[in-house]
Design a binder for this molecule. Structure first.
Ligand code: AMP
Ligand code: MG
Length: 913
């Protein structure tokens, strides 16, 4: 391009800047912003005359001649040469059978589309004219999006035909408004006001809305498409409904898309990109302009689950109307205001121009009709929804199949249509208020809108087969059977002390008699403040044998916390030792039994050795364990024996272990996992081996101890397993006897080293257990034998037997597979509630809308999860850290702090420092 041939130099519009950025950045893949329009031309056509018309058209609109060059300052300008040669190719396929001709056109068009435009080399448009049999032609126009938008196309076609009629004489056409004028208009807009408006529109947005993990290094691909049309009745109903609410069909679609995105991401605050016409009526002649005037703006939709769809749509219309005057600011700047990173990765285009109409040239019989199905235009986004109004609403979802598979894309479109159907059927019901039907779906809170297929709904809420629990089984009863069956097997070992099943049973029975004669029985609480020892295990059993619930008090806890637990729980008795008692705060009027006092010993010696257990019901509490409370008061979770029995029987079936298997009693007794440890051993004939406190706190000594003690089963959190693997590898130990490892309490993220540690012993199995204190372990996942196949973060798996796990959105609607929602637990895994805290219990243990049993409850965990393609649940994070509704965090268990969570673990690596 020689300077003498230069007509003009123009800046770029923000949208042009954006497209230029993508074209430069994505040099490798297809240029997704290469656009192709195909027109069907009927009537006798003079090809040379059409070519003249094309030349005149390009001459008439300087911006169609633009090339994009970087200047020394680093910026880019568009250079407009006085003249360009528009590439023009002609093919005659008239002799081919129709099908072959069509195939050849497809091939030609694809080839044209594939030839990359060099944005520095104008013109950025090319034409191919194909002659077909009969009086038919096909015109293929290939251009770069940086020149033209869809709104320009009907204008362009109309002008092209007029120029054809006049043999290229533009005199009959009105003088066009040049693109330069639009750029000038852009420069005059009030940027500070626009910036303020966009800042306000995006304030408080917590996270971007992304449907695909975008790898920035991945070249863009031309998307695949799924197309549907709404039938005429539904289209009319939809547009009528919109009109009655005083909103546009575009807004209804935007709200519907937002709802679909919200259900996909699990966020109530979503953003997507919308292409807006950018044709501000204040710019004279804008309606007849040809060029790139569209712009992309973020549409943020805050979905209040309590608001109806109607209210949501009206609010959205309001919010968007207020932003119209600020569209000119352009996406690059708006993104900047919002902070680093992309705000969204889905886009929506509502093409409200006469998009499928034919244009006819009077007196010639020549008629040009766009062939929509053959056109190509795309974006680099993983998903782009294209909608075009008309008698039948046309919807097209473009999806990049390297990022979103076809089934998922179809799922997005299905859900969108479900929302639109709610609207079109609302029209039918709400006009007929006498039918006695309930409120239209558009009047229900959006939180209650369910966007699942029947099949999804059935699988998501289905209860697993009810496996009958051993009828009549009780916790003490299962233990006592071993005292009879294998009386000489060691039941519990701690250092030099070891008790066989018979010894443990007899001693626990004597202590249980002491308790029952003090009037202790079902529904009573006995606090235990005892050091790690066989006596502690014995005391737990004795309390259970008396039919009461044990309350573990960790003597290491801060005095204030212990005081709170004792005054809150009001135990009937405190079992402790002389030494431990002296370190406890005064426990007011709680009766105390000192296990090591001489008169206790005398008392115990005089008691019978048979079991005093009264009749027990599954609902009788087995323990009260306090939640860790970093802020707020810790709450006592009352756990019925039936819940524990269900867990233990599941454990026995799934994890197994022979009688005599040596199980470590690693977990601090004040954490619920210890109940599973202790009872899964003692109720199934195993041997519980207790490490001393200083051993369990030191990974190196713990590894040595596990080997010495020939431990076969270990329960420990991820952090401890990592430290243990490191210590074991350092010491050259594989711990060959350790075959069963169960992780619970935090996300299981095995490092390379710990994978090696697991691999080193064939047959070693790693389990991931999940559950809050309020439900104990309720989901589980067993890893396969090859650590190379383990995911980085291990799923928490599936609900255990007789337990249901629901993934719910903020309106308690079932979340679709793959969608993040909050985990609710129902069925056999749910505790009775918080001790003496009925209001709090009612808040967290809520009615189960999917349960079949009357009065069924579910526990709201506050954990965010998603169900993956295998049906396993994946832990995503805590709801209180991620989800906010309208900027206000909803109430969650904020008392579950990191500080306290880590205290149950031995410090591992830190412990050796
Ligand atoms: P707590 O009630 O103190 O036992 O804490 C239970 C919480 O720990 C759960 O709500 C989760 O946030 C977390 N948690 C427990 N087990 C797992 C696990 N296997 N994976 C991920 N998070 C877990
Ligand atoms: Mg727990």
């Amino acid at each position: 391009m020689m300077s003498s041939g230069l007509e003009d130099i123009l800046p770029l519009s923000p949208m042009q800047e954006g497209l230029l950025f993508h074209s430069r950045y994505e040099q490798d893949g297809a240029d997704v912003y290469a656009v192709q329009h195909v027109f069907d031309i009927e009537g006798t056509l003079d090809a040379a005359r059409l070519r003249t018309a094309v030349r005149a058209l390009v001459q008439r609109h300087p911006n169609l001649r633009a090339g994009f060059r970087q200047v020394e300052s680093g910026g880019t300008v568009q250079l407009i040469p006085r003249q360009v040669d528009v590439p023009w190719a002609e093919y005659d396929l008239a002799s081919l059978p129709a099908a072959e001709a069509e195939a050849e056109i497809l091939r030609l068009a694809a080839k044209e589309h594939g030839i990359r435009f060099d944005l520095a080399q104008p013109p950025l448009l090319r034409f191919t004219l194909v002659r077909l049999a009969g009086a038919h032609h096909r015109l293929v126009m290939t251009t770069h999006h940086i020149l033209l938008d869809g709104w320009s196309m009907p204008i362009l076609v109309h002008e092209l035909l007029t120029l054809y009629g006049s043999h290229g004489d533009a005199a009959g056409l009105p003088r066009p408004t040049p693109y330069r004028q639009y750029l000038g208009w852009l420069a005059q807009q009030d940027r500070p006001a626009a910036e303020a408006a966009w800042r306000k529109a995006l304030v408080g947005l917590e996270q971007p809305t992304l449907v695909a993990a975008v790898d920035p290094a991945r070249p863009a691909l031309m998307p695949e498409r799924i197309t549907v049309e709404l039938d005429e009745d539904r289209t009319t109903a939809l547009t009528d409904w919109a009109r009655r609410q005083g909103v546009t069909t575009n807004t209804v679609l935007q709200a519907a898309w937002a709802l679909v995105l919200s259900r996909h991401t699990g966020h109530d605050d979503v953003v997507f990109g919308a292409v807006v016409a950018g044709r501000d009526p204040q710019l004279p002649g804008v309606e007849a302009m040809v060029g790139l005037l569209i712009t992309m703006v973020p549409v943020r939709v805050v979905l209040d689950p309590a608001q109806s769809l109607t209210e949501t749509v009206m609010r959205l219309q309001d919010e968007q109307t207020r932003l119209t005057a600020h569209h000119h600011l352009g996406l690059p700047r708006i993104q900047q205001l919002a902070g680093p990173g992309d705000l969204f990765d889905t886009a929506m285009v509502f093409e409200n121009y006469p998009w499928d109409e034919s244009t006819e040239l009077p007196d010639t019989g020549l008629r040009v009709t766009p062939d929509l199905g053959s056109g190509r235009d795309a974006t680099h986004y993983p998903l782009t929804l294209v909608a075009a109004p008309g008698r039948r609403l046309y919807l097209r979802l473009d999806y990049r199949d390297d990022l979103v598979d076809r089934a998922s894309a179809a799922g997005f479109l299905d859900r969108l249509i479900q929302v639109l159907d709610l609207v079109s059927t609302a029209t039918a019901t709400s006009t007929d208020s006498d039918t006695g039907t309930g409120p239209a779906a558009t009047e229900l809170p959006v939180g209650r809108i369910d966007l699942l297929t029947d099949e999804e709904r059935a699988t998501l809420s289905a209860a697993p087969d009810d496996v009958a629990r051993t009828t009549g089984a009780t916790l003490p009863g299962l233990f006592e059977a071993w005292a009879v069956g294998t009386p000489d097997t060691p039941a519990v070992v701690c250092g030099e002390t070891a008790l066989t099943y018979r010894e443990l049973d007899e001693r626990a029975n004597r202590l249980a008699h002491v308790l029952t004669t003090r009037g202790i029985g079902p529904e009573d609480i006995v606090a235990l403040a005892l050091p790690r020892s066989t006596d502690l295990v014995l005391a737990v059993l004795a309390v259970l044998k008396a039919g009461a619930a044990y309350l573990p008090l960790d003597p290491e806890y801060p005095p204030a916390r212990l005081t709170h637990m004792v005054t809150d729980a009001r135990p009937a008795l405190l079992l402790t030792t002389t030494a431990t008692r002296s370190s406890l705060p005064t426990t007011h009027d709680t009766p105390v039994l000192l296990l090591d006092a001489p008169d206790t010993a005398t008392d115990l010696a005089g008691r019978p050795t048979h079991s005093p257990t009264p009749a027990l019901a599954p609902d009788h509490p087995a323990y009260v364990i306090y939640t860790s409370g970093s802020t707020g008061r810790p709450k006592g979770v009352v756990m019925p024996a039936g819940v524990l029995l269900n867990l233990l029987q599941w454990h026995h079936r799934e994890i197994g272990g022979q009688p005599g298997t040596r199980t470590a009693q690693f977990t601090a007794i004040s954490f619920d996992v210890s109940a599973q440890e202790v009872l899964s051993a003692l109720l199934f004939g195993k041997t519980l081996v207790i490490p001393a406190e200083d051993v369990r706190r030191d990974a190196a000594r713990f590894a040595e101890w596990l080997e010495d003690q020939r431990v076969e089963e270990l329960f420990a959190p991820n952090l401890v397993l990592e430290a243990l693997a490191e210590a074991a590898v350092e010491q050259g130990r594989t711990l060959p006897r350790l075959l069963t490892v169960a992780q619970a309490g935090e996300a299981l993220t095995p490092s390379r080293l710990s994978r090696e540690f697991h691999r080193s012993v064939p047959g070693r199995v790693l389990h991931n257990h999940y559950g809050p204190t309020e439900t104990h372990v309720v989901t589980a996942h067993t890893l396969g034998h090859d650590p190379d196949d383990w995911p980085l973060s291990v799923p928490i798996g599936r609900p255990i037997v007789n337990t249901r796990a629901y993934v719910l959105g903020s309106g308690l609607q079932l979340a679709a597979p793959g969608v993040v929602g909050e985990l609710y637990i129902a069925g056999a895994g749910v505790a009775r509630g918080y001790l003496h805290r009925p209001a709090l219990t009612a808040e967290r243990f809520v009615a189960d809308p999917y349960g079949s049993e009357p009065g069924a409850r579910m526990y709201r965990t506050g954990d965010l999860v998603r169900r993956n393609a295998d049906g396993n649940l994946e832990f995503v994070g805590r709801a209180d850290q991620q989800v906010k509704i309208r900027g206000v965090p909803y109430r969650t268990r904020r008392d579950r702090g990191r500080v306290d969570r880590s205290s149950r673990h031995h410090p591992g690596r830190r412990g050796r420092a």
